[in-house]
Design a protein around this ligand. Structure first.
Ligand SMILES: Nc1ncnc2c1ncn2[C@@H]1O[C@H](COP(=O)(O)OP(=O)(O)OP(=O)(O)O)[C@@H](O)[C@H]1O
Ligand SMILES: O=P(O)(O)OC[C@H]1O[C@](O)(CO)[C@@H](O)[C@@H]1O
Ligand SMILES: [Mg+2]
Length: 965
């Protein structure tokens, strides 16, 4: 039987450092590869030549007894590796031989008593890994390409079982996939698998391309694990399109469950990325097509920016002609051309720039924004000390999203973005006017944020140096430039990106499996927190049209072509940071008195809401009032003040509650006194920023409108609580900040767990009766399990989790730290510590569990960029809602009567509302119906939990088996 070496090599030298291993090596290779020996060669028996028709293998002895110790040590290492590694992770360190019959090879290995692993299973192996007597890893494959899953010959079942470690792990996967419907449920098998191969597994490859972005690793992890969970074979193409163009086992590798362990916390992309010129040429794409077909891959998931997805779209469009060309040039067979006539492509947007049309956010954008905000928050302190100006240059070659959002988050005085090309003649004056105005109002710092791609309307770049020069020359400001550069792409992903990437990874695999040859290639997007599928072609087209509009100087179109949220943020930025308070927007008769109060526990974004409310009210001409220290502050101390811009300077980015907050609700203080003060100050509108107590407060005020006309004004609740348990919304301010605090904490705990053998941690999470925080953290950190009040803790599940964890420790030799999240209220009987003790006892020495309590760390320090920008957006929406609903005019107020002061219909419940995000939209829902119909008042949670689907995703990605009662 011929045994050509994979890659076509036909001569191999194996060096032996110990003479006494020669005989056993000779026997090993002779039997395994069916080689003959050259009897004539070495009479002394020092070297040996083995051969057949296709291969010459020379065993050369370089006897060195000094190496005996090294060899002994190495062997020990190998024993460890055999126990702890999936050998396919050592694929780069081994020589792989192609054999016709793997089952026969396995029998030989068993006879030789050599250790080995079969992949993907022992019943029908595609690859086998073993050690030669020298300890070299030797691979055997029956496929044409070492990485391909297409076999040359189908083999029969082997006679030998797997080593038990691998067997038990393989069993877990089998169990996992048992729940997954196969065959008919996947309309996917038709593509690339039609005909003779119709039973073959789907082979799904993933690549990352363009600039790296935080979140690409969680994305790849989710693709790999979901593909395995659904019975497919995942592959990674290393180094982006470069790997596709170069091909072969070095760049195209099958990945396994363990290969992506711990990736959620890691920044960058572990499978590498590149900018690849060759792929822009047809010849490069032709090579890419050949390599995919050779590797047996029929679906490709590309995670990258606008450029990468443009490339993916082109590849998809050209695919049939590429296959034809490969067939005509004899590079592939007719059978291959038929099998791979369709390539399924799915795009996911991974780029810090957030420059793709049709999605609110790209994977990595919020992490980069987080890095920018952190840097500007730092710079602010030194700027303030010296009363300096700072020009901060941020990334974004063709997109100003990072500059715009960081401008909002840090209350920058001015921003420059490509979407709003400035007038070359006037921009300097305009900027100086705003900066001077802010300085006159008492601001000691000046922050100007310039996007890397900022332009004027002649398409001349507006550079940081231009801005610096203007601030120095015209205003005489002591000015510095800070270019943030690649720091923005550094570090690990924020919670939002980890979760977004994970959900998009899962959805990409779903999209691949559901697509048919006639389905347009999808791109996975997000809209107001909802993962959606859109058309890749259309998104690429819209994205290109933005670049074209800029090039053609059609600036009025450019902003509109970005999504509506971008436009809203831009208008908000101008309203709160560039407005002239002496020339407000609204005529005097429409100006209102609007109060804001914080109710409940502190949450990230509360202060941002107060800052935005104040700045927006002032720009409109309204009078903003603060009620300090909640309802009890009002009723006991009449703690009401008007707010000025200077009062709230710096609040956009500050943590806690500057106004002061507590959990009192109106009925527990003095509702009559509240009405009295509302009347005294003649409030025209109220904004409550708070959690469940805020929700109850609004309901109570609305209910007593009959009795107290002072409450017949528009009232809006902006939900703000880390528990994210307010009915009427899928998102509350503060929940993102809390998640970020918690994942940072968990990453540290995870490190400790991984460093200590056989150690798991149970992290106790806040959240009241809502398991939102624990579930999202479970996904974000890749924890093993989470216990939440919605599910409770059953003894059966606990037992199962103990078994799962023991198995995971077994497999990783105790080196893979395990985390479990537990919402404090998940069980009345088990505190985190009690649970840890029970698990430790039941694990019978296999592992130990400790408890960890992040406590109020979860309320976070500074609010996250998501909470800051959403606070701004929601608050401005709330003020606009009040404007719209409030018909009373200031003139009317001058002659107050009960009728004209409280003109709102007493029964008009639509004026007391919860502002929420629901089904991808910002909506105002009347408190009366939300409270009475949608709320489990006793448990303080909504009756319908919107995040329930996350539970099963969290579990399947951590390989947790669920016990169903
Ligand atoms: N028009 C195109 N045709 C074919 N391939 C393309 C095209 N544009 C880009 N690509 C491929 O995608 C790679 C990455 O593109 P690009 O450098 O524009 O980054 P990106 O994906 O937009 O990410 P980011 O801008 O976030 O860094 C390119 O190096 C190239 O291989
Ligand atoms: O790291 P590189 O290749 O220099 O690319 C920098 C570019 O990549 C991006 O960060 C996008 O990933 C752009 O904002 C920036 O212009
Ligand atoms: Mg790009």
């Amino acid at each position: 039987m011929p045994c050509p070496v994979v890659n076509g090599t036909s001569y191999i030298t194996v060096k032996l450092c110990l003479q006494d291993l020669l005989k056993s090596c000779e026997t090993f290779y002779k039997k395994l590869l069916k080689l003959n020996s050259d009897e004539s060669e070495d009479a002394t028996g020092r070297d040996s030549t083995l051969f057949n028709d296709a291969l010459v293998l020379k065993l050369v002895v370089k006897d060195d007894s000094a190496l005996r110790e090294v060899f002994t040590q190495q062997k020990k290492d190998l024993v460890y590796r055999i126990k702890s590694h999936d050998w396919r992770s050592l694929v780069n360190e081994c020589v792989t031989y192609s054999v016709d019959d793997l089952v026969e090879a396995v029998t030989v290995l068993a006879d030789l008593d050599a250790p080995y692993q079969c992949w993907p299973n022992d019943i029908d192996p595609l690859q086998v890994y073993t050690l030669d007597p020298m300890g070299n890893v030797v691979g055997l494959t029956s496929s044409k390409n070492g990485m391909s899953t297409t076999k040359q010959n189908m083999s029969t079942a082997p006679t030998t079982a797997l080593p038990s470690l691998v067997a038990s792990r393989a069993q877990s996967y089998t169990d996992l996939t048992k729940n997954v419907p196969t065959g008919a449920s996947y309309p996917s098998l038709p593509i690339g698998n039609a005909g003779a191969n119709s039973q073959r597994k789907r082979c799904i490859a993933v690549l990352t391309s363009g600039g790296d972005a935080q979140g690409m690793n969680p994305f790849v992890r989710a693709v790999v694990r979901t593909a395995l969970f659904k019975g497919c074979q995942p592959f990674a193409i290393f180094e982006g399109y470069k790997g596709l163009v170069r091909g072969g086992p070095e760049y195209i590798k099958a990945l396994n469950w363990e290969d992506v362990d711990g990736w959620n916390a890691q920044g960058g992309t572990n499978i590498g990325t590149a900018r690849c010129k060759e792929f822009k040429e047809r010849a490069g794409r032709l090579a890419g097509a050949l390599h995919l077909i050779e590797a047996g891959i029929d679906a490709l998931i590309v995670c990258g920016g606008d450029g990468s997805l443009t490339g993916a779209d082109l590849f998809r469009a050209e695919w049939p002609s590429l296959v034809d060309e490969l067939l005509n040039s004899g590079k592939i067979t007719a059978e291959q051309a038929t099998t791979y006539q369709h390539l399924t492509i799915c795009g996911a947007v991974g780029s810090i720039d957030n420059d793709m049309a049709d999605t609110d956010s790209t994977i990595g954008a919020y992490s980069a924004l987080d890095r920018i905000c952190e840097a500007v928050d730092y710079v602010e302190a030194t700027a303030k000390s010296h009363s300096r100006a700072f020009v901060i240059e941020v990334m974004g070659r063709h997109c100003g999203w990072l500059a715009l959002m960081s401008g909002i988050c840090t209350s920058a005085d001015s921003i420059f973005i490509p979407e709003e090309a400035v007038d070359p003649k006037t921009w300097r004056d305009d900027m100086c006017k705003v900066v001077t105005k802010h300085r006159e109002r008492g601001k000691r710092t000046t922050i100007v944020i310039v996007a890397e791609g900022a332009l004027d309307s002649d398409l001349t770049p507006v550079t940081s140096e231009d801005v610096h020069k203007t601030l120095v020359d015209r205003l005489g400001l002591d000015t510095r430039i800070t270019v943030l550069g690649h720091v923005q792409r550094g570090g690990s992903a924020v919670a939002f990106d980890r979760i977004l990437a994970t959900l998009q990874g899962v959805e990409s695999v779903n999209a691949v499996l559901e697509s048919t040859p006639s389905t347009p290639s999808p791109i996975i997007t997000v809209s107001e927190n909802q993962i959606q599928r859109k058309s890749l072609v259309e998104s690429v087209k819209s994205t290109k049209s933005i670049a074209a509009a800029i090039k053609e100087k059609e600036f009025s179109r450019v902003l509109q072509l970005r999504n509506s949220e971008f436009v809203e943020h831009y208008e908000n930025y101008l309203a709160i940071n560039a407005a002239d308070h002496y020339a407000p927007q609204l005529p005097k008769k429409d100006r209102l008195k609007i109060a804001i109060v914080n109710v409940g526990a502190p949450a990230g974004g509360i202060n941002s809401a107060v800052y935005s409310m104040t700045a927006f009210c002032l720009s409109q001409g309204h009078k903003p009032y603060a009620i300090y220290n909640g309802w009890s502050g009002l009723t006991r101390h009449e703690s009401v003040r008007t707010l000025t811009w200077k009062n709230v300077l710096g609040w956009e980015s500050s943590g806690g509650s500057e106004l002061g907050t507590d959990r009192d609700i109106p009925s527990s203080t003095d509702i009559g006194m509240i009405a009295y003060y509302f009347e005294k100050y003649q409030f025209d509108g109220l904004i409550i920023v708070g959690g469940f107590e805020g929700f109850v407060s609004l309901y109570e005020l609305e209910r007593v409108r009959d009795v107290y006309p002072a409450f017949r004004i528009p009232m809006v609740l902006i939900p703000a609580t880390l528990s994210n348990n307010v009915p009427g919304t899928e998102y509350s301010l503060g929940s993102d900040t809390a998640l970020n605090s918690l994942i940072k904490y968990c990453d540290v705990i995870e490190q400790s767990a991984s460093s200590t053998k056989d150690r798991a941690f149970i992290v106790d999470c806040q959240g009241g009766n809502s398991g939102y925080l624990a579930t999202c953290t479970h996904i974000a950190v890749g924890a093993h399990a989470s216990y939440v009040p919605e599910e409770g803790i059953t003894l059966d599940q606990l037992k199962q989790d103990i078994t799962n964890i023991a198995e995971a420790f077994d497999y990783s030799d105790g080196r893979e730290g395990q985390l479990i999240l537990k919402t404090t209220n998940a069980s009345k009987a088990f505190s985190a510590t009690a649970l840890a003790d029970v698990m430790t006892a039941e694990a019978e020495g296999k592992f130990s569990v400790k408890s960890a309590f992040p406590g109020h760390i979860q309320q976070g320090g500074k609010p996250s960029p998501i909470d800051r920008t959403r606070a701004t957006r929601f608050t401005i929406r709330a003020v606009k809602f009040i404007e719209e609903k409030q018909t009373v005019s200031c003139t009317a107020r001058d002659s107050v009567t009960e009728v004209n002061y409280n003109p709102l219909d007493k029964a008009n419940t639509s004026t007391a509302v919860v502002l929420g995000v629901k089904n991808a939209k910002v909506v105002f829902s009347p408190i009366k119906s939300v409270y009475e119909k949608e709320t489990d008042v006793k448990k303080r949670i909504p009756k319908v939990i919107h995040w329930t689907p996350l539970r099963s995703i969290a579990d399947h990605l951590s390989g947790r088996k669920k016990v169903h009662s």
